[in-house]
Structures are given as structure tokens and as C-alpha cells.
Design a protein around this ligand. Structure first.
Ligand code: F6P
Length: 501
């Protein structure tokens, strides 16, 4: 443990550990540094929970060599972890985002396996574990997030056996045939099994994990429990199961009801030339999101004269992401070439075909876009959950708008009243886009009402309370309460459902 870590008081009963902090350090052109909200669904999901819990958040500030003392930000105690430029290259861009990310997303892009990247992953995971151990009070609950930190649960348990440790995997866990490619597959499983509860987005992900445990470790699994036996023959019970993540649904609806945001939505439509239909895509610029598939379908519909730029515009927000990883640079070139071609071929002086934006936007602007959009296109080839789909639904308090949703997203397990598509089937996608454009108001409303019921019931508060309740039970059972491992009623639905690869 570093000297500076030893100075942090071990006083927090609830600690979240994630690769990124909920705030990012940004430096402007004049060298002035400030903190802004981080991108991505993880922060969106956890921020409200943290505020209520008065806990500490351990994570990286988003820039190299940031040696910053812990500080308070909007009611959250922030504990920054420093990463050097070479650790960013090897741990973050390398092992996390060029090995694990493509491997866990069905090898859509080829994973690269480099031993130095793995060594950096081990070293950085140890640093996060040390920092979490240093800030946690005796018997605290520590919740570790996502694929960048899969070794932290075991490392943390070794330093602090008194802690109750949860882990949540925000991305898919791949089928064994794919997972088994990973040279460090057993070490990763052992790292995760240091937790008391391991959460996944989908029932299928938990099934894939349990199957990998059976194939690669000597431990017995009795769905959803893994019996982890130590060298001294002591057995610890680890729960591995689905806890589908969600959003702050009320927060989105509140914004959507704000007259200023509704006015902004009208302005957006006007700026686009008031087309009859606005279609919208909102994604990190990532090869898992199927942006190219969506553009292909849209371009073909224009080329075939089945839609016209006077009537239909596609707005694509593609927020910059992992820009120094080669696969992401190549994707950006491909997407921007395609957008340029489609606009060159079909735009008129008054109407553009695709309004393309390579930026992130504040939440207020996103909600205005959701209100302005008649159709939201989610065409991911593989996605742990896809919170954009849920944000769109939560914002549509007017019970209008059509959600087209890839069946390869976690969200499709819940949002059955969306128009579900296979993004690889371009003809099917085109037909569904036309169906969405032509859908009668009554049907739009009936579908949206049912989607909204689901999203409002299963919001982020319910997700975190379900997860934390299960962790509490794990803690009680460690303290000798044998009845404590019975699952809370409202979780049972996730246990019995189908297990698919
Ligand atoms: O949900 C997956 C995830 O990788 C999160 O862990 C992360 O916060 C978000 O996407 C954005 O990715 P990155 O931190 O690499 O910019």
C-alpha cells in the first residue's frame, strides 16, 4: 500500500470502486483544470445511489499522472487513483479495451493478447484494491464495477477479509467457446470469485459465467451459488446472478416535462427543416453499437426511393470514445465516410439526410433530442444493457415515439413492446424502420405505455437496492445466519428464466 493511501482515513461504510470516477478532470486551452461529469451509463446509474449513501468513490480521473488528494464533489467523497501514460496504454486502452472489450462482445473486433498488457492489468487492479482497502471502515460494503477491475474482489478480500464485496459486470459475459480464448481465463474467474455477490446484466450472462466456473475451476455450482473452497477446506458461498441495470427514470421524466426543454425539442425539429419523421441514434462511437448497419439500412431506403429527405431525417449522435485504440479510429473513418456519402448523394439545399454529431451532449440536450425524435434506433450488435433505450422511454411522458431495439441488447429482455430487430438482417431492419415511420398513433401509444411501465418500475434505485439487499444477506450468512441466503422475493424472477448462450 502506498504512503499516501495510508493517510486516507478508513471511515467509509459504503465504497464504490470503478475505473472512472463520476467526474473527469479536463484542462482547457488556457491550461485551466476543472471536473466534468464522466461519459457512459455507469456514472448515470450510480450517481443518485452514491449521493444518498454518503459513501466514497475510488476511481481514475481520466488523465495521465493525476496525483490528487481525495476531495468532496457534490456530496461524494472522491478518491482519485493515478495512472501513468504507459498504464493508460497497457491497462486501459490495451487489456481493458483491446482485449476484454472485443472478447466479451462476441469478438466483433479481434481481441489482442499481450502479456505486458496483462501484467499492467494485474498491477493497476492491485492499486485499486489497495485504495479501496484503505478507505473502507471495518465491515464495510465495497461495490466493485465492471470489466476493468475483475481482479479487485480477490485482491481486496486478501487484504481485508472483514469486508462484504460486490461486483457488477456492466458488459456481457461471453459464452465459454469465446471466453476460453483468454490466456488468463482462470485468473479472471478467481478474481471475480473473491466477491460475495457477482451481478450480471442478463440471465444468459450469469449462465455463461457459471458454465466457465464449472469448466475451469474445481468449485461446485448450484445456480445461483458457487461454493468456493479454500486450501484450508473452508467453503464460501458466492451468488452469481442477473440484476438488470436501469436509469433514474423520474429524473429523465422531470427534465422532459420542463417547458424549456420542450421548446428546445421544437427548435431542433425546426432546425432540421420540420421533417415528418425524425429518427435518432445516440451511441458512444463504438463498433459494438451497429452504427454502420443502421446507416446502411437508412442509405438503402433513400436509394430505393422508399423514403425521402423531405420527409425523414436521421440524427446521429456519436460521442467520442477510446480514440487512441486503432479499432475505434478505423470505425470513425468508416462511419464518417458513409455519412458523407449518404449526405452527398441525397441531401438537398433545404434538407440534410443525416445530421451527424461527433460530441457528447449534456443530459438536458439529450432529453430535448429524445422528445424531438419520432423513432429511436438502437441497433447494437452486442450490448450489456443499452441505457439509451431506457432513457428514451423514460423521457416520453407523452406516451409517443417508437423504439427500434436490437435483440442483442440486455434491454431487449425487458422491453418486449419495442420493435425488436436483428441488426445483421438489413432488409428486416429497413422494413422495421418503415413500420415505425408509418405506425398509427394508437399503436405507438399502447407500446410506449407498456415500455414506460417497465422502465418506471425497474429504475436504478430498484437495481441498486436489489443488489445491495443480496449483499446484505451474504454478509448476514457469513455472520452465521443460515436463513440469510434465501433470495429476496422480487429477485426470484431472474433465477428461473431461460439460460441461453
Ligand atoms: O459500460 C461500459 C463502460 O466501459 C463503462 O465501464 C464506462 O464508464 C463506459 O462504458 C465508457 O467507457 P470508457 O470509460 O472507456 O470511456
Amino acid at each position: 500500500m502506498s504512503d499516501s493511501m495510508q493517510l486516507i482515513p478508513a471511515e467509509y461504510d459504503f465504497v464504490v470502486v470503478s475505473n472512472r470516477l463520476p467526474v473527469d478532470r479536463v484542462t482547457d486551452s488556457e491550461g485551466v483544470a476543472s471536473w466534468t461529469r464522466s461519459p457512459g451509463g455507469l456514472v448515470t446509474a450510480l450517481e443518485p445511489v452514491m449521493r444518498e449513501a454518503d459513501g466514497a468513490w475510488v476511481g481514475w480521473g481520466g488523465q495521465p499522472d493525476l496525483e490528487i488528494e481525495p476531495f468532496e464533489n457534490n456530496g461524494i467523497h472522491i478518491v482519485p487513483i493515478a495512472l501513468s501514460a504507459s498504464e493508460i496504454e497497457e491497462f486501459y486502452e490495451g487489456f481493458s479495451n483491446d482485449t476484454l472489450w472485443p472478447l466479451y462482445h462476441d469478438v466483433i473486433s479481434s481481441p489482442a493478447y499481450h502479456r505486458e498488457w496483462w501484467e499492467s492489468y494485474v498491477k493497476v487492479n492491485q492499486r485499486f484494491a489497495d485504495a479501496a482497502a484503505a478507505v473502507s471502515a471495518q465491515g464495510a460494503v465495497v461495490w466493485v464495477q465492471d470489466y476493468q477491475l475483475q481482479l479487485v474482489p480477490k485482491m481486496l478480500r486478501e487484504i481485508r477479509p472483514d469486508l462484504t464485496i460486490g461486483f457488477f459486470d456492466h458488459i456481457p459475459f461471453p459464452p465459454y467457446g469465446i471466453y476460453s480464448q483468454l490466456p488468463w481465463r482462470t485468473q479472471i474467474l478467481e478474481g471475480l470469485l473473491g466477491a460475495d455477490v457477482i451481478g450480471f446484466q442478463r440471465v444468459a450472462d450469469a449462465g455463461n459465467f457459471l458454465r466457465a466456473v464449472r469448466r475451469l475451476t474445481p468449485f461446485v455450482t448450484k445456480n445461483p451459488v458457487v461454493e468456493v473452497t479454500s486450501d484450508s477446506q473452508q467453503t464460501r458461498r458466492v451468488i452469481a446472478r442477473a440484476f438488470p441495470i436501469s436509469i433514474d427514470a423520474k429524473g429523465f421524466e422531470e427534465l422532459a416535462r420542463d417547458p424549456k426543454i420542450q421548446e428546445r425539442a421544437r427548435e431542433i425539429r425546426e432546425g432540421l427543416g420540420n421533417p415528418r419523421t425524425v429518427m435518432l441514434g445516440v451511441d458512444r462511437l463504438d463498433y459494438t453499437k451497429g452504427i454502420g448497419h443502421r446507416l446502411k439500412a437508412f442509405g438503402e431506403l433513400l436509394a430505393e426511393g422508399r423514403i425521402d429527405v423531405q420527409d425523414v431525417t436521421l440524427v446521429q449522435v456519436a460521442s467520442p470514445s477510446r480514440e487512441r485504440v486503432a479499432a475505434y479510429m478505423q470505425l470513425r473513418d468508416e462511419i464518417e465516410l458513409t455519412v458523407g456519402r449518404i449526405n452527398g448523394d441525397f441531401a438537398t439545399m433545404s434538407h440534410t439526410a443525416i445530421s451527424y454529431h461527433h460530441h457528447g451532449y449534456p443530459r438536458e440536450e439529450m432529453v430535448a433530442l429524445y422528445l424531438a425524435a419520432d423513432v429511436l434506433l438502437v441497433t447494437a450488435l452486442r450490448d450489456g444493457m443499452n441505457l439509451v433505450a431506457k432513457e428514451y422511454v423514460a423521457s416520453r411522458f407523452d406516451d409517443d415515439g417508437v423504439l427500434i431495439l436490437s435483440e442483442f441488447t440486455g434491454a431487449s429482455d425487458e422491453l418486449k413492446k419495442a420493435l425488436l430487430i436483428n441488426p445483421h438482417d438489413i432488409d428486416g431492419l429497413k422494413d422495421t424502420m418503415l413500420q415505425a415511420i408509418a405506425m398509427p398513433k394508437k399503436e405507438r401509444q399502447a407500446r410506449m405505455r407498456s415500455l414506460r411501465k417497465r422502465v418506471n418500475e425497474n429504475d436504478v434505485a430498484r437495481w441498486s437496492s436489489n443488489f445491495l439487499k443480496t449483499l446484505e444477506q451474504a454478509r448476514a450468512s457469513h455472520n452465521g445466519d443460515e436463513t440469510a441466503m434465501e433470495l429476496p422475493d422480487e429477485l426470484e424472477w431472474t433465477v428461473d428464466r431461460r439460460w441461453t448462450n
